[in-house]
Design a protein around this ligand. Structure first.
Ligand SMILES: [Zn+2]
Length: 501
């Protein structure tokens, strides 16, 4: 036998791609030619496959071997094709009968010692196998639980090339993997734990209900981080499609804990202000790692101490925030990852950051002005809700409050408001008011008189006007009304301007 074909898989963006590995083994000058891989990856794969085969006790075929990865049009990144290449070579050389591999995807990187090493992105790869009608996958042991999350595919875990050969040749079973059943134990952060700051809690609820971006300004200890971390708890759980998408991104990032199930809750990412732009947006050689903005996809990206972030980093966030996806790499050679996030920013009112607030500030007016100046500009203009927090007094801290609302109570209102919005925008395909286009948001002139006056006098930008209208619709949805009232518009404007107290 001189020709063999097996199935392998890779990823393109966040989507898995099924790849056919063909091997042709013929008489002639002994060599291995691999086509269909980018140059760097190709050399490495060739070296690994050769060493792994020899160290697994196989003789390296003294033949002219041609391996081709198809389709050629798909850009192939990463090392997940090694196992497929090794098995195809053995099949082509007539050393391995491949009948047992009908309908099976082979995924894994080979170590030089012949062991099978884990790869990133196994979940979307196995999803691609399922879409293509394959019924089985052989994957690295460490990736088996995540692979088993895909319905309709039987997953076998392999730790070495020898184990795979014994299975194919002699029917020695590989361990079957079962989907992880560990309950998704998300730390329960409750809104009831946040003392005071009622106006900020209102803004947080509005942000959750409409998918709006939120900025929090206030002294240390006022509860900015506590509030931001409680936003995901107010959002509805991810539906099946979103859960697979988010979990795929964590799989590609290599961030899925062993045995973890699907990510079912909106994620929360809080990159430090010293985080590099690459770590924020994604990057790296080979299979690009999704950055914080993609790991926060369908959830919350929290930027604490916003003025401390580099201008370059903040500048770089603009495009992904606008488009809901991030492009990594150069013009010709790029990968795109989803990045639909809700942004929450936090900042101290001045660089000295005294917990007591303005009364204890030691900064000069110039220093304060310069610092706050960093909070203006295009990124802040894209934030719908601006809230100022005040120092929490001891009286407030020790007061017994019977009216404190829990996350569960608020999340119920958020869910009802989101349903109303999704129902209204169904024909447009928008899920939340933050996605709604201007033409759909029109209100009677009586409700928007004040807004128009502000535009005419230069106090409100066109973008600001649109964002105020969206928030007004969210306030209306939270109130269970049909249309925003003049008061809703006024409240939305106060939220935009940071005037809500
Ligand atoms: Zn100060």
């Amino acid at each position: 036998m001189s020709y063999a074909k097996v199935h392998a898989a890779g990823v393109s963006g966040v989507t898995g791609v099924l790849v056919d590995v063909e091997a042709d083994v013929a008489l002639g000058m002994p060599q291995l030619v691999v086509s269909g891989l980018p140059d760097a990856a190709l050399h490495e794969a060739r070296d690994r496959v050769r060493a792994a085969l020899v160290n697994a006790g196989e003789e390296w075929p003294q033949r002219r071997m041609t391996v081709n990865l198809r389709p050629a049009t798909v850009r192939k990144q990463g090392s997940s094709f090694d196992l497929g290449i090794a098995v195809a070579i053995l099949g082509g050389a007539g050393r391995l009968p491949l009948a047992a591999l009908d309908g099976v995807a082979l995924i894994g990187e080979l170590g030089l010692d012949g062991m099978i090493r884990p790869v990133r992105g196994v979940l979307p790869m196995v999803m691609a196998a399922a879409r293509a009608g394959l019924t089985q996958a052989i994957v690295p042991q460490a990736n088996a639980a995540e692979a088993a999350l895909v319905p309709g595919v039987r997953v076998k875990a392999a730790s070495s090339l020898n184990a795979v050969m014994s299975y194919v040749r002699d029917g020695v079973e590989l361990p079957a993997a079962l989907p992880a059943l560990t309950p998704d134990s998300r730390p329960q952060l409750d809104l009831a734990e946040v003392v005071g700051q009622e106006h900020a809690k209102v803004a947080l609820e509005v942000a959750a209900a409409g998918g709006h971006h939120l900025s929090l300004l206030g002294p240390p200890g006022a509860g900015k981080t506590m509030l931001a971390a409680r936003l995901p708890g107010l959002l509805p759980p991810l539906d099946d499609r979103a859960a697979l998408e988010v979990t795929s991104l964590y799989s590609i990032a290599g961030r899925l804990a062993p045995g973890a199930g699907l990510v079912r809750h909106p994620p929360f990412q809080a990159p430090h202000h010293t985080t590099s732009t690459a770590a924020l947006l994604g990057g790296g050689t080979g299979l690009a790692r999704p950055g914080a903005i993609s790991l926060a996809h369908r959830g919350v990206l929290f930027l604490d101490e916003l003025p401390e972030f580099s201008r370059t980093a903040l500048e770089a966030l603009r495009q992904p925030l606008e488009e809901g996806s991030v492009r990594i790499g150069r013009s010709k050679d790029f990968v795109s990852y989803p990045a639909r996030v809700q942004l929450v920013t936090a900042a101290n009112p001045c660089p000295c950051a005294r917990p007591g607030g303005d009364a204890f500030c030691e900064c000069s007016p110039t220093v304060r002005r310069r610092y706050l100046g960093r909070l203006s500009g295009p990124l802040m203009d894209r934030i719908d809700l601006h809230v100022e927090l005040f120092p929490v007094t001891s009286a407030r801290l020790f007061a017994v409050d019977d009216l404190v609302e829990t996350t569960e109570t608020v999340a119920r209102r958020v869910s009802a408001a989101r349903s109303a919005a999704a129902e209204r925008w169904r024909a447009y395909g928008w899920q939340v008011n933050a996605e709604a286009a201007r033409s759909a948001l029109r209100l009677p002139p009586s409700a928007t008189a004040d807004l128009r006056h502000r535009i005419d006098t230069g106090l409100l930008s066109a973008r600001g006007y649109l964002r105020v209208l969206r928030v007004a619709w969210t306030l209306c949805d939270l109130a269970g009304a049909d249309r925003p009232t003049r008061e809703d518009v006024a409240t939305a404007l106060a939220l935009r301007l940071g005037d809500l107290r």
